[in-house]
Every structure is written in C-alpha cells, then in structure tokens.
Write a protein that binds this ligand. Structure first.
Ligand code: GLY
Length: 431
C-alpha cells in the first residue's frame, strides 16, 4: 500500500520511518519533508492541504497520517473526508482542543476533569488586575497555536505582568495572543501521556519524558523540546489506570456525548501529577491533538505493532480489536539545535531565539548504525551539502537496556556530529 505522511520535522521523520518498517507498505511519501526524511521516504513539494489532497487522489494513496497540528487545525481531515480519501487525525472542530487553550479549559471544567484554577481574558488590563488580585504564581498561556512556546511560566507578579504584555500587547505569538488563559501554577511532576483513540476506545501508549527548556537544569526559554526518553520511570499500571479513568476516558466520552465531537487519532495529554491526600491527581495542563516532538522519536521505535494496523483500526472504529505491543528497552533522543553563532551584523542568540541557517553539517556518516537519526531542520545547499534550515536541526535516538546505557550512547554518538553553533543540553535523562 501507499502511505502519505504530512509534516517536515523530527516527529514526522519518525512517523515516516515507522510506516517504512511495515511489510504492508510499498511506498511512503512525505509532504513536504526535509533532506533527512528524503532518505527514508519520497518527499513531495505539497505545502497546502489542497495540494496534498490532489496528490493523494492522483497517486491513489491508501492512507494519510498527519504529524503536526497546523494542517489539522486548517481542516485537512475534513477536506480529505469530503473527497473520500482515508486519513488519520482529528477533524477541524476536534483540533480546537489544541488551537484554543481558553475554550478547552472551559470544556474540561464542564466535564469535571481535573484542571488548575484558571481565568480567560481578552483585555490585558483586566488580566493584569486579576494576577494582582489572586496573589498566587501563575502560568500565562496564549490562546492559540505557538509552536509549543506559548506557555509562559511566571515566578512572580512582575513576570506575570511581563508575560501578559508580551503575549497580548507585543503580540509575540501574533493573533494567538488575542486571548490569554491564566492558570494557577501547579507544582508536581510533569508528564506527557499519549493515547490512540477511534472516538470510543482509548488505547494508552507508553509515556515519554520531554525536556522543554532550552538550557540545562530546566533553565532558559521554552522550546518545542530538547530531548526525550521512554519508558518513563513514574508510569506504572496504577498511574496509567488513574490517568485513563480520571482524564482520557471521561474526555473522549464526554466530548462525544456532550459536544458531539468524535475524536479520532492521537490524544496527547500534558499533565501535572500532584500528590494530594496520599493520592496522585493528574491535572490537565494542555491537550494536543498529535504526537509530541521529540516524544514520537522515542515512542514509535518502541512500538512493535504495525502502525498501518493501528491506523486502519482507528478509521474503521475497531481500535478495541488491536493489542499494542511495546519493546521494553529504553529509547533516548538528544536534539542538536542551531545555537549561538556570529552573523554579519552581530551575534545570533540561537534557538529558540534567532539563529543562522545554511550551515554545513558534518559527521552523520560516522554515527553508529544502531542509532536512528531523525531530521527536523535540514536541507541541501547549491553545492549539494547537507545544511541546517531550522532551530531544531536533527536528533540521535539510541537504545539501551537501561536509561544510563541509552544516554551514554546518544551523547557519545552526538560528539561525532558537528556544525557551526551546534548546541544540545548536557543533562537530558539526568535532571
Ligand atoms: N514536545 C512538546 C510538543 O510536541 O508539543
């Protein structure tokens, strides 16, 4: 069969790689991919959802799987469905769960799912008065999509005022800052939890630990993610049960019964686990409608079940007939980013700030074949050299019987890779 993967980042490379493992798949196409993905699949230059639908129709694509949130929020699933093209992912209405933090919090409260205290504002003065009045630490979130960077964790009142100013007045996230969701800052253990769902059955995946901050010791600005590993040390069967019964199942059933939303695809819960009265309460910080990046890079290599089988079961409403099988060994992902470099007019701070692109990348051919390399931001220059095209450039995914072993391999292999300004955190898997 022919599969089309939509996306051009590291997660999307991992999805394409996973489909390429399937005996049932003859050809994987990716729209629009990058230089590394082109080694795994055939990249096609389709950037608009209509172009992707045209391609799927012309090529008789049997299955399309969507990686990022943007095409989902733009309605790619609705478009493909209208044209009778099989596609896995939530439709545009369901995608509001990620593309509106404010509306989602209201919905979750109505469904009785644990969430932090919150309030929604479209007026910055009112938002400022609110943070002055409540007197507890907050997280200020842009309502709309912000490439994983729209949640500003505030240490005090000053920080919160600044966050409101940046989001609502400086408009650092554009129209995504029309409204803000201001939440009580919770202290506990943060966990990314993923499920497949066909709208009725919810099947939990293994969990992954993500590292969002740019610098060691969880300092610096939020990024899309700087590294990940799986299995997760906290996630035992009891905790999976708690998350399923208190969050995942009531959410999928609740939105179907109360709002007539049938959620098909990947459910990604951003949770804060808080110890309360001798029990763990999984508070929902955010809902995403896709696999995480870089969580997918460690979760998919552990999935032993064919992703084609899972995808078809989702489309045919029979996810309950699938048993997900997982490799127990650790996977560890270390992301190399475009860091601080000197430009013609001064210094680039580096990702997630401004960074240089077009920088030649060396050493990938030296990396141990037992590791996977997934590309996020790479291309070829006119001389045919592999160069950087993004802030997150590529990652190395290693495996090991223990986290320590997998970690050592990834760091050892990353030393063989070089490009001007290469930066990666040194504490993934430790802190
Ligand atoms: N790793 C966080 C995200 O994908 O949003």
């Amino acid at each position: 069969m022919k599969v089309l993967v939509v996306g051009s980042g590291g997660r999307d490379h991992a999805i394409a790689w996973k489909f390429a493992q399937s005996k049932r798949v003859k050809q994987v196409y990716v729209a629009h991919g990058n230089a590394g993905i082109a080694q795994t699949a055939m990249c096609i230059d389709a950037r608009e959802i209509e172009q992707m639908a045209d391609f799927a129709e012309k090529e008789n694509i049997d299955l399309t799987f969507v990686g990022p949130e943007k095409p989902l929020s733009a309605g790619i699933v609705d478009l493909f469905n209208q044209r009778g093209l099989p596609i896995v992912g939530p439709d545009q209405r369901t995608s509001r769960l990620e593309s509106s933090k404010c509306d989602t919090k209201v919905m979750l409260r109505e469904l009785g799912i644990p969430i932090p205290e919150f309030a929604v504002f479209s007026d910055p003065d009112r938002a400022r008065n609110y943070v002055r009045r409540i007197g507890y630490p907050v997280v200020v979130k842009a309502d709309g999509l912000a490439a994983g960077k729209g949640s500003l964790v505030c240490d005090g009142m000053q920080d919160a005022q600044q966050a409101i100013h940046e989001i609502m007045e400086e408009r650092v996230f554009g129209d995504s800052g029309d409204r803000v969701d201001i939440e009580q800052r919770l202290y506990g253990r943060e966990l990314s939890f993923f499920c497949f769902t066909d709208g009725n059955t919810v099947a939990p995946m293994v969990a992954a630990q993500d590292y969002k901050r740019a610098r060691d010791n969880d300092e610096g600005t939020n990024t899309g993610g700087m590294g990940a590993y799986s299995p997760h040390p906290w996630l035992d069967d009891k905790l999976v049960g708690t998350i399923m019964t208190r969050v995942a199942e009531p959410l999928i059933q609740g939105i179907r019964e109360k709002y007539d939303i049938v959620y098909k695809g990947i459910l990604y819960l951003g949770l804060m686990l808080v110890e309360e009265h001798g029990e763990v309460t999984p508070y929902v910080l955010e809902i995403n409608i896709r696999l995480g990046d870089p969580e997918a890079q460690v979760i998919l290599p552990r999935l032993k079940t064919d992703l084609v089988d899972v995808s078809q079961a989702i489309l045919e409403n029979r996810l309950d007939s699938i048993e997900l099988k997982w490799d127990p060994r650790y996977r560890f992902c270390l992301i190399a980013t475009s860091g601080r470099t000197k430009g013609k007019k001064g210094w680039y701070k580096g990702y997630p700030g401004r960074y240089k692109i077009g920088v030649p990348i060396h050493g990938l051919d030296q990396v141990d074949d037992n590791c996977l390399i997934f590309h996020s931001g790479t291309g070829f220059n006119e001389a045919g050299e592999l160069v950087t095209t993004g802030g997150r450039v590529l990652c190395i995914v290693s495996s090991g019987e223990t986290l320590t072993e997998a970690r050592q391999i990834a760091y050892r292999e990353m030393q063989k890779v070089s490009f001007e300004g290469i930066y990666y955190r040194s504490d993934i898997g430790i802190s």
